[in-house]
Design a protein around this ligand. Sequence first.
Ligand code: NI
Length: 266
Amino acid sequence: MGEGKKNIMNSIEVLLNEMWKDYISYTPSAEKISKLFGEQVTNDHIAFRTLNLDQCNIFKQADYLKEFGYKVSGDYHFEQKKLNAIHLENTEERLPKIFLSELILEDFSHELKNCFVNLLSKVELNAKDLFIGGRSWELDYDLYTKLAKESEYASWLYVWGFCPNHFTVSINHLTKFHDITDVNAMVKANGFTLNSSGGEIKGTKEELLEQSSIMADKIKVRFGSINETVPSCYYEFAKRYSDSSGKIFQGFVTTSADKIFESTNK
Ligand code: NI
């Protein structure tokens, strides 16, 4: 490996580690479950949520990740949730894919759109802030519930801002578990609740991707003068299969991802 490449690898490891530290600070279940595997966990992907505004959209995020050897490798549309998404893969195969989704603001009410335009107009974001910058605005619980009525995704973003939404265990890389059913059973036996929207396992072997996830942790958050407990983030598990050419599928299945998004529902 050349010196330049080694430097990029070191800096991406540092960045991924910062993302993990940030994520487990509001998703304690993820750290607990990662330890239950009893071995070093390899991540299949890390997912982020954002808005389709100039200063923070998925392509702005992708530009930053390009410096680390990532390139856009797939794009997706979620009709019902009104989201666009892309996924990026790294030239270094063992590094996690990155899944970036954005809310299509013009498909929502003026009130919702203006709320985010106003919040973001007061924020100075550097490229890295789009991944671990969090939220810099004060929260209002009435506004939160109003946003949630239109879009759970919007209300989540309002509370948590820019941060990893989930990390995903690559079951393919585990040595003690090979089956998503066994992973799910272990997770449940340890007292965690799986997202059962559309069944515990999303996707099939034929679709080349099986996924499951726990329901998001619930965290006490300050809204002005009151505290309320709201969903934070969740941990996901993925098992990938080879296509007819023998190549392991690296993309995402929108019907499955659509249900996984609901892991942050109340
Ligand atoms: Ni995911």
